[in-house]
Design a protein around this ligand. Structure first.
Ligand code: NDP
Length: 264
């Protein structure tokens, strides 16, 4: 059990935004549970959960690994059992894991593809949050944690429309409502729940569309006309972890260079 230090559970922490969040939270003093769908690929030790753990340890921090698929009830149970058995507390839950579906027209997309993206991006974080926050209330009553906090990483696609790969936007818009619902339910338990909406951040997910994104940014897609950075995302989550947004439960905060501004 790692009871001596606050623990952050970061889903999808093996790369991309989750990796940068995990490294920052470790610098902030959290022991980090690096959660991902797949375990380390031994043929590529330079990337994946082991690399993130090593990077955290090199900065003097502590991390543990857990791999499971949040899209399935079994995968979610594996993660929750790991927390119960190996860790015994979570002070900060960061629901970051997500996928982008294949870019198919809304008039042609297959049901199984829409269901899968909803399972990963919506059902997964919804039930992980249910399980972890129920425990946060008990851990706090038992004096194991001082306070619980929850972050959801959604997207500007929670409110901006795309007709290709539309399951993604549906999953993020529904997650926005789940944030409101959990914030409303957990207010009396003093557990803040905050939504962070990235615009475009350079990761495996977004860089496959680099050319198109660069073109749209140059045309004024976001008023700042630039990509956001991994650090800008990690800093925002760090602020939540430090309690900066404790009185802002239910808030949706854009890290999107102004994509949230509706222009005439
Ligand atoms: P990446 O594709 O770089 O990383 C995705 C992470 O999620 C990986 O750690 C991956 O694990 C994990 N993951 C994927 N599916 C599952 C699953 N079924 N169960 C458990 N873990 C899973 O994505 P980003 O870092 O770009 O995205 C992180 C979040 O930010 C996502 O929710 C995304 O929707 C959101 N976002 C990103 C934007 C961007 O511009 N990058 C813009 C807007 C929102 P593994 O390595 O094992 O596959």
């Amino acid at each position: 059990m790692l009871l001596e230090k606050p623990v952050a559970l970061v889903t999808g922490a093996s790369r991309g935004i989750g990796r940068s969040i995990a490294l920052q939270l470790a610098r902030d003093g959290y022991t980090v549970i690096i959660h991902s769908r797949t375990a380390q690929d031994p043929s590529n030790p330079t990337k994946g959960p082991d690399e993130v753990k090593r990077a955290i340890e090199e900065q003097g921090g502590k991390a543990v690994l857990c791999a499971s698929d949040i899209a399935t009830p079994e995968g979610r149970s594996r993660l929750i059992d790991f927390v119960d058995r190996e860790v015994g507390r979570v002070d900060l839950l960061v629901n970051n894991a997500g996928i982008e579906p294949v870019s198919v027209d809304i008039l042609k997309v297959k049901e199984e593809d829409v269901r899968h993206v909803l399972d990963v991006n919506l059902i997964g974080p919804y039930f992980i949050t249910q399980q972890i926050t129920s425990r946060m209330i008990q851990w706090r009553a038992a004096g194991i944690i001082q306070k619980g906090r929850v972050v959801f990483i959604t997207s500007v696609q929670a409110y901006r429309t795309a007709t290709f790969g539309s399951g993604y936007g549906m999953s993020k818009a529904a997650l926005h409502m789940a944030v409101q619902q959990f914030a409303a339910r957990l207010g009396e338990a003093d557990i803040p729940v905050v939504e962070i909406r990235p615009g475009v951040i350079p990761t495996d997910m977004s860089l496959v569309h680099k050319e198109g994104i660069d073109r749209k940014l140059a045309e004024g897609w976001a008023p700042t006309r630039r990509w956001g950075s991994l650090e800008e995302m990690a800093n925002m989550v760090s602020c939540v972890g430090k309690g900066v947004f404790d009185y802002s439960t239910g808030a949706a905060i854009d890290v999107s260079g102004g994509m949230n501004i509706f222009k005439l």
